[in-house]
Design a protein. Structure first.
Length: 110
């Protein structure tokens, strides 16, 4: 189980958002499976899931992407405006095969 909290300079997120976990290298014997979680503007907490809500992540290394929009991207291809600085990149997440619980907190600079 992977859960955590997204904050912006220690404060709650300015809007609802999502955390995406893209598998880069699954652990031996495991198949790559992307996962995601949503968080709310109120407290920023999340629990990651993939096939089912809150089912966690398979062991391996993940590239993490976070979205928190001021203005959503348009369906016509117009870019959105993000609360997250363009240069910000959250740390990778490494899930070990024997891990029952992982805490993944992210504090995004403004």
């Amino acid at each position: 189980k992977v859960e955590g909290k997204v904050t912006f300079d220690g404060a709650p997120p300015p809007a609802d958002g999502a955390v995406y976990f893209a598998p880069e290298k699954p652990a031996p014997g495991f198949k790559a499976r992307p996962a995601f979680a949503t968080f709310s503007k109120g407290d920023g907490t999340f629990v990651a899931g993939s096939v089912k809500t809150d089912d966690g992540l398979v062991p391996g290394t993940y590239r993490v992407t976070i979205e928190c929009w001021k203005e959503q991207p348009g369906r016509d291809g117009t870019p959105g405006k993000s609360h997250i600085p363009e240069a910000y990149s959250p740390p990778e997440l490494d899930v070990q095969p024997n891990a029952d619980f992982i805490r993944y907190d992210v504090d995004i600079p403004r």
